[in-house]
Design a binder for this molecule. Sequence first.
Ligand code: DAH
Length: 372
Amino acid sequence: MTDNIPQLTTFDEPALNGAFATLAAEVREASASLTTSDAQENFRLHWLGRKQGRLKLISDAWLKSAPAEAKKALGIRFNQLKQQIEEAIESGAVATAKSGATQEIDISLPGQIRQPGIAHPLLSTMHEVVRVFHHLGFSTSLGPQVESDFYNFEALNFPPNHPARDTQDTLQIAGQQSRPSRDRLLMRTHTSPVQIRTMIAQAPPIRIVIPGKVHRNDAADATHSPIFHQIEGLCVDTNITFSDLKGTLDYAMKALFGSAVKTRFFPSFFPFTEPSADVQISCIFCGGTGCRKCKHSGWIELLGCGMVDPAVFAAVTAERRKLNPDDDAYNPEHITGFAFGMGVERIAMMLHGVSDIGHFYSGDMRFLEQFA
Ligand code: DAH
């Protein structure tokens, strides 16, 4: 290194001028190509490195041999030179940042993968089911998750203390004891209260589906979750019969699970429908011959349904008469209807072969990515 150190033997003004002009020219020449951050760093180390930097070596050498009266002049000139070097680095960095194009690109690095957003599998299942019913002329209604006892139970023909309420373990909102029982708030246990809200608000004909989140005080396991989703259906008009219900649900199940699927209706009980039925579809895994998934029965139970109970129409009419005492829009002599309700998680699990309901809520990208 010291070989490159220019020697200086005289320290008068002209000698210093000449020597520093040479150094300044050297800096200027080297700074012409500071177009990358690597080049800027090398240049900085070469000139300003603490131990082996050229500026340090030269100033050490010259200051050592300089007479005392020249030291001040030398110091000033070294400072100017240092400033020139720093400015060169600075303007190189600014130019590099501005141009961008001169930055080095390592084409062997993996690219930035942008993950496209997708609908959650539960949401896409809801959309799928809702779309089937939209094609049949149904529209969508929504309702609140914090619901009153009246809409969630009473108007649906679950009287207070009726044992049918036990089938829907209810999360009550705290501090409601002072209210009349019908006004007490709870987390809705099903989407059926939106049937009541819709009928109070509008006269027949009604054809709606109601997708939504529901809550029950259930322990979580592979097939249960305290928060889950349902899709409710309601059709009310003159001359609606049980065969309309069967035809509608048979069509919907074939649209969802394939045209080979068969449906059958088993007698059941719900307070708000009479008669009530559970709908089973032929097992989509074995085609109905019997397998582990259908517990070797060939059938899978999928939803509840029935004809709207006249007691429900009576509760709706009582509410509507508070606004219009003559209201007779839901007179069960002229008006009939059917309703149904299904669990979204169960359908999504069947459609996608998901074995644990918890996957839907875990937020695990390895699970969710599969639906992209
Ligand atoms: N709400 C019922 C439940 O959560 C499901 C249901 C059954 C809805 C029959 C209906 C129906 O509309 O007609 O268990």
